[in-house]
Ligand binder design. Structure first.
Ligand SMILES: CC(C)C(=O)/C=C/C(C(=O)O)=C(/O)C(=O)O
Ligand SMILES: [Fe+2]
Length: 302
């Protein structure tokens, strides 16, 4: 199997486990500015695109990353991924029809990413949202990326490169590697950081205007939302960033602007030195509560 046939449309959605879905729903809708339209007491769906959902929140005892959904470019790209995982002995579990229907996805499979235990879901299409997302106070352009820490960072990177056809865009020393889900052009849809355990670092929403960042700074203060890093600028992707905590303490990032890569002739990955300016060229530093909450849930059922 040629892994070049494994091609992604985008980071599809992130599923989080939260301790109080109604409270988190209100936060993501009213403070973050994504659209909530469907759900029950235990599971809610939110969107910031024309797709059924970009974020799913489920009730649980401990805040966590439940899974990451990757939208493949085509059914053929999904088949290539499933075939390749079969060849290397990584189990892929089809999502049953009832759950796929709830999630409005077709042709879906899950696996446990072997180096972090994170659950990755792959599907070839998701239905449209009942109503397209309309921005409110913030122009959220899309779910941008997820960053995880891995106790086996080099192996995680290697798995994503060699078996999922991701590409490296940049690295900061041995601490963090930014990867794009090829051929999606965004500098990174996934980041892998070095850590003692598999943990959620943050989830990111991209915004269309630097004013969205400035307004967020004031909105968070007015609403007593902890701001944990920024505003600042990441020299890696060249984005202006702003990090804050959701009601469970999960770190959420807004970012404005991000380098995009062509499919052919992309520049080589860069290695940034391990100095604070490689994380924030404006000289800021994160609070102690930055990226501290969020277990990585393992795949419990197929
Ligand atoms: C604080 C993190 C690790 C950092 O330096 C991030 C850089 C970028 C970027 O280049 O955009 C991120 O978005 C990120 O990892 O969150
Ligand atoms: Fe980020």
């Amino acid at each position: 199997m040629n892994i070049d046939q494994i091609r992604y449309k985008r980071l599809g959605y992130v599923a989080l486990t939260v301790t109080d879905p109604a409270r988190s729903l209100a936060f993501y809708r009213d403070i973050v500015g994504v659209h909530a339209f469907e759900g029950d007491q235990d599971t809610v769906f939110l969107c910031c695109s024309d797709r059924h959902h970009d974020l799913m929140l489920s009730r649980g005892a401990t805040p966590a990353l439940k899974r990451i959904g990757w939208e493949m470019e085509s059914p053929e790209a999904l088949a290539a991924l499933v075939a390749h995982m079969g060849e290397i002995g990584v189990s892929m579990f089809p999502v049953d029809a009832a759950e796929a229907s709830l999630l409005r996805i077709s042709n879906a499979y899950r696996m446990s990413e072997p180096t972090t235990g994170a659950t990755f879901e792959f599907y070839s299409a998701m239905e449209k949202a009942p109503q397209a997302y309309t921005p409110t106070h913030t122009n959220v352009s899309r779910l941008g990326h997820v960053v995880l820490s891995s106790p086996r960072k080099s192996e995680t990177e290697k798995f994503l490169l060699e078996h999922m056809n991701f590409r490296i865009s940049d690295q900061i020393g041995p601490i963090v590697t930014f990867m794009r889900c090829f051929p999606n052009p965004l500098h990174h849809s996934f980041g892998v950081g070095h850590g003692d355990a598999s943990k959620l670092g943050h989830i990111n929403f991209m915004v269309t205007d630097v004013d969205d960042i400035g307004r967020a700074n004031n909105r968070m203060k007015r609403n007593s939302v902890p701001i944990v890093y920024g505003p600042g600028r990441h020299p890696t992707s060249n984005s202006v960033f702003f990090y804050f905590l959701d009601p469970d303490g999960i770190t959420v990032e807004y970012s404005f602007g991000m380098e995009e890569f062509p499919e052919e002739g992309a520049r080589e990955p860069r290695m940034f030195p391990l100095v604070p300016e490689s994380f924030d060229s404006w000289g800021g530093s994160p609070e102690a509560t930055f990226s501290k909450v969020g277990d990585v849930e393992t795949l419990t059922s197929a």
